[in-house]
Write a protein that binds this ligand. Structure first.
Ligand SMILES: *[C@@H]1O[C@H](CO)[C@@H](O)[C@H](O)[C@H]1NC(C)=O
Ligand SMILES: *[C@@H]1O[C@H](CO)[C@@H](O)[C@H](O)[C@H]1NC(C)=O
Ligand SMILES: *[C@@H]1O[C@H](CO)[C@@H](O)[C@H](O)[C@H]1NC(C)=O
Ligand SMILES: *[C@@H]1O[C@H](CO)[C@@H](O)[C@H](O)[C@H]1NC(C)=O
Length: 428
């Protein structure tokens, strides 16, 4: 659908070529992501243990450590207990502070979906990775010992994708987060990046794939608009620390624009209350669609429908496009259109239109073009934002749908995003 226009947009914005990319001294590592069709969670596939096997873990940006079911169906001869006298144990959340024989490191683990807390113990096992082929021609396999939580509470897995064995915590300040452990183990800066673009051959939502990089770029990818390889061009905004939720990734959204119009919203909702941790904007790829606090959501939808009205009036004068027609909404969305009436206008017009949604940061703007609409069912395109409720903990949670590529640069405390943030496919 409308692929020629998207081709055009891609060609328009690509200007950095493969050859300009700087090679880092310590090549990073890369893992494939898989998207679960029922929960829409992203799973990272990790090769671990002896004999080596693939374990799938749900990516949790705000999690303190990786944890999984190491008791059932996981028989690894390289698995070791981490002693409660070790420095690694001192970095974990612990239900008890005692350290008696046999010196097991008892820890608390948290399910990011249900938010329930369970018991476990700290173990370590070998993880085998390949260096990123983007910055090292021949990927070099290597192994490191990685600390994991081993879940002891059996109902701690509810809400997690069936194919997963646990959770890959990528929390910001935790020494046990997968990002921190890889950075120390492989001696590269504490940076990771997620690529949630759909694979080129695969346009169905249920089979969406992606990648997660650790250790920095370049992020070379095949750009089908120009049929060549290119690095990603990133723009940055500072990451904020929420004193009550230090592991999570908050950003400073100052205002929101919908098709160029700034929304009139209660600005207090956009800042973090330092005492309660309530408010502000965070990134969470476990959430499939961006959620907005109810008053922001209503203002957002109003601006969107007014834009559609303006287009229809302009069309009435031009007489060469059908009116965009509202149809019954498909939950969780509230505003849907007959997708056959949504026609992307020619390049000369596209060139002049404002981005569908802009998150305005202090010194940069994250423009979301094209993929603010999602095909919810055949023939029905919905505004892909969801009402986050009246009193949510966080006012805006930017979810997977609105993310193409993001770099979490913990070292420099900044978030890198593509400008503009385009997804290669409209309907997934
Ligand atoms: C675990 O692996 C070892 C060595 O391969 C084997 O001897 C043992 O029977 C296995 N145990 C289970 C419960 O599968
Ligand atoms: C933060 O929340 C507390 C408790 O609700 C409230 O008393 C305080 O005024 C809030 N601070 C700001 C800056 O809004
Ligand atoms: C399209 O919508 C505009 C504005 O609401 C209206 O004036 C026009 O008559 C409509 N055209 C058709 C063909 O329904
Ligand atoms: C992003 O949006 C802003 C505001 O609409 C616009 O001025 C700017 O040119 C856009 N940036 C890109 C790269 O499209």
């Amino acid at each position: 659908m409308a692929s020629s226009i998207i081709h055009f947009l891609l060609v328009l914005f690509v200007y950095i070529s493969f050859s300009d990319a700087q090679l880092p001294t310590h090549p990073g590592i890369v893992f494939d992501l898989e998207r679960d069709s029922s929960t829409l969670q992203y799973l990272v596939k990790i090769n671990q243990g002896t004999p080596r096997r693939e374990v799938k873990l749900v990516v949790d940006l705000g999690g303190k450590l990786p944890w999984f079911a190491c008791r059932e169906g996981y028989n690894s001869s390289s698995l070791r207990q981490v002693s409660c006298t070790s420095s690694q144990c001192s970095q974990a959340d612990k239900p008890v502070s005692t350290c008696a024989d046999p010196k097991i490191c008892s820890i608390s683990i948290r399910n990011p979906v249900t938010r329930s807390v369970g018991k476990g113990e700290l173990i370590s096992d070998i993880v085998t990775v390949k260096s990123d082929p983007d910055n090292q021609q021949t990927p070099v396999p290597s192994s490191r010992n990685v600390a994991f939580g081993c879940a002891a509470t059996s109902n701690i897995f509810s809400g997690l994708a069936k194919a997963s064995k646990g959770v890959a915590g990528l929390g910001r300040l935790s020494a046990l987060s997968l990002a921190s452990q890889f950075a120390v183990g492989f001696q590269y800066p504490n940076i990771f990046a997620v690529d949630l673009h759909d694979s080129v051959t695969d346009e169905k939502i249920l089979e969406t794939t992606g990648k997660i990089y650790f250790g920095g770029g370049p992020y070379i990818h095949y750009f089908w608009g120009i049929s060549d390889l290119a690095d990603r061009v990133l723009t940055y905004t500072p990451l904020l620390i929420n004193p009550k939720r230090k592991e999570e990734y908050f950003v400073d959204v100052k205002s929101i624009k919908v098709h160029g119009e700034t929304l009139l919203i209660n600005n207090k909702l956009l800042s973090i209350n330092k005492t309660t941790g309530i408010g502000g904007t965070k990134i969470d790829i476990r959430i499939p669609y961006t959620t907005l606090e109810t008053s922001i959501y209503k203002t957002f939808i109003k601006a969107h429908t007014e834009w559609v009205d303006r287009l229809n009036i302009a069309n009435a004068e031009l007489m060469d496009f059908p009116n965009i027609t509202r149809v019954a909404a498909v939950a969780p969305f509230t505003t849907c259109y007959d997708s056959s009436t949504i026609i992307l206008r020619g390049p000369s017009v596209v060139n002049n239109v404002a981005p569908s949604v802009s998150f305005v940061f202090p010194t940069s703007v994250w423009n979301i073009s094209i993929f603010d609409l999602v095909i919810a069912k055949e023939g029905v395109a919905c505004v892909a934002f969801v009402d986050g409720g009246l009193k949510p903990m966080t006012s805006i949670v930017i979810g997977a749908r609105q993310i193409g590529f993001l770099e979490f640069d913990i070292l420099r405390s900044r978030l890198g995003f593509e400008e503009p943030n385009l997804k290669e496919s409209v309907n997934s």
